[in-house]
Design a protein around this ligand. Structure first.
Ligand SMILES: *[C@@H]1O[C@H](CO)[C@@H](O)[C@H](O)[C@H]1NC(C)=O
Ligand SMILES: *[C@@H]1O[C@H](CO)[C@@H](O)[C@H](O)[C@H]1NC(C)=O
Ligand SMILES: *[C@@H]1O[C@H](CO)[C@@H](O)[C@H](O)[C@H]1NC(C)=O
Ligand SMILES: *[C@@H]1O[C@H](CO)[C@@H](O)[C@H](O)[C@H]1NC(C)=O
Length: 437
């Protein structure tokens, strides 16, 4: 487990201000240039473990020039770094980093903000997250394909995990040879691909709550819930994984799990009209639990389910909650996200501080439940919350022709590409740790 979220966010504000000054100096200093050019060489120690042979396939990626990192210190810091504590900095003009472009067919229309005409869509990738004490290098897609040859990678969770899955698919497709990527859905996956030259599969298993649920109606014969006056609702079995991913932990070598948004979804699980009714061992839990206590039980059971089913060598991540940025009301109350730049630390606190109990308050609440549940487990956390809280500019907003603004999902290319960079960085760190011990 890493630094608990509460203390991490407390230091973000200070780091932002300090880091900003420091970086302006860095980027304008001509003495940095030779170091910047060294960047590819400096990355060699990190990847010498994973280089097997050079493929003739050219990569269309443009590597950006980044502030340099001393490799020995980088390797030491990579596993201990607090990636949540940092700031977004503007990439200098002429330094684009295109992992893929809007022609990637896997991008869902409502998330394709360039084609959808969002005014700042081209700007979204011109920011990069700079953790205070280390760096998240952009993914090297070709190296990633080589490194994870013969592996299976599974994303398990709600549509925000699909958002992230699409980032990885588009990035890898852009580096793979034309015609060498085929659709492949197995073991309940909703979407998936195999990269034939590398025998690497990447799949997305859709599940809203992780656990099984379905509508529930009072039985005419009565029962415990009926006697408490319940007429209808949703039965949620906290100890039964939904069938879309029940086989995922034993199949995938790397698994990235999330849940959260659906536990705070009163439009579906209305506390009065259609409440969540929690079941364990096939029996209703009495007295009935609130959703947040149901979440605790579901997390406990699903984390131990994965631990039991996954092989010893598999790498498990739990992704933290993705923040929404509705302002002026919730999604169904005319809420909007009109920002065209990352927001400032004090705006972040205003939107997300638990004290303010604002529209998007579930972001940090969900994380509290996650961090508690993950303690002592073999999951690593993929903590994307703090970095994402700044990115009110990166949602589709009006794109996609929906009746409501989308201030929940993320434009692509966009923020979830940085989540993938973090994933790749943490995977590389895990490999290093494993070879060291
Ligand atoms: C997007 O990238 C593909 C190659 O992956 C290239 O053929 C195409 O021209 C690019 N399109 C745009 C709009 O840049
Ligand atoms: C590594 O961590 C130490 C202490 O946390 C910090 O002083 C140093 O600058 C870090 N090095 C890099 C390269 O990030
Ligand atoms: C592809 O990878 C799987 C493991 O994910 C392995 O069982 C299989 O033998 C590999 N196939 C080839 C052709 O190497
Ligand atoms: C937070 O706000 C909601 C309504 O927006 C209200 O129902 C709830 O009681 C508030 N919670 C706290 C702890 O103040």
């Amino acid at each position: 487990m890493e630094t608990p979220h509460s203390s991490a966010t407390a230091t973000v504000t200070a780091a932002f201000a300090v880091g900003k000054r420091k970086h302006q100096n860095h980027l304008s200093s001509p003495s940095m240039t030779p170091l910047l050019l060294l960047f590819p060489i400096l990355m060699i120690p990190l990847f010498h473990l994973i280089l097997t042979h050079r493929s003739p396939i050219p990569t269309s990626l443009l590597l950006p020039r980044y502030p340099s990192i001393r490799p020995s210190r980088f390797v030491k810091n990579i596993s201990s770094c607090d990636y949540t504590n940092g700031m977004w900095i503007r990439v200098p003009e002429g330094d684009p980093f295109l992992r893929y472009n809007v022609s990637c067919s896997e991008i869902f229309k409502g998330w394709n903000c360039v084609n959808g005409g969002k005014s700042n869509a081209e700007d979204l990738i011109k920011w990069r997250w700079k953790p205070r004490d280390c760096d998240i290098p952009p993914i090297d897609a070709l190296e990633f394909l080589r490194q994870y040859r013969n592996k299976n990678i599974g994303f398990v969770g709600d549509s925000l995990n699909r958002n992230m899955f699409v980032s990885l698919i588009c990035t890898l497709k852009n580096a793979a040879a034309y015609g060498s990527v085929k659709k492949l859905r197995q073991f309940g996956a909703d979407r998936g691909f195999i990269f034939l030259d590398y025998n690497l599969t990447v799949m997305y298993h859709r599940t809203n709550l992780l656990v099984k649920y379905g509508s529930w109606n009072a039985s005419p014969n009565g029962g415990k819930l009926e006697s408490l006056g319940y007429k209808r609702g949703y039965r949620v079995d906290v100890d039964i994984p939904s069938r879309t991913w029940v086989d995922a932990p034993s199949f995938h070598d790397i698994i990235v799990v999330n849940t959260g948004h659906w536990w705070w979804a009163p439009s579906k699980f209305d506390p009065i009209q259609s409440p969540m009714l929690f079941f364990e061992n096939g029996n209703p839990i009495l007295p009935p639990l609130s959703p947040e206590h149901g979440l605790d039980l579901a997390l406990k059971h699903m984390i131990s389910f994965v631990e039991k089913k996954a092989s010893q060598s598999s790498i498990k991540f739990f992704r933290t909650q993705s923040p929404r940025h509705f302002e002026g009301g919730d999604w169904n109350e005319g809420g909007k996200c009109p920002h065209i730049q990352p927001i400032l630390p004090q705006q972040v606190e205003q939107l997300f501080s638990l004290k303010n109990n604002g529209t998007n308050v579930e972001t940090r609440l969900v994380n509290q439940h996650l961090f508690n549940a993950l303690e002592g487990s073999s999951f690593q956390t993929l903590d994307i919350t703090s970095m994402s809280e700044f990115r009110a500019d990166a949602h589709p907003s009006i794109v996609g022709g929906k009746r409501h603004d989308d201030c929940m999902h993320w434009c692509l290319p966009g923020l979830t590409d940085t989540w993938i960079d973090l994933l790749a960085t943490k995977l590389a760190a895990t490999q290093l740790q494993r070879t060291a011990t």
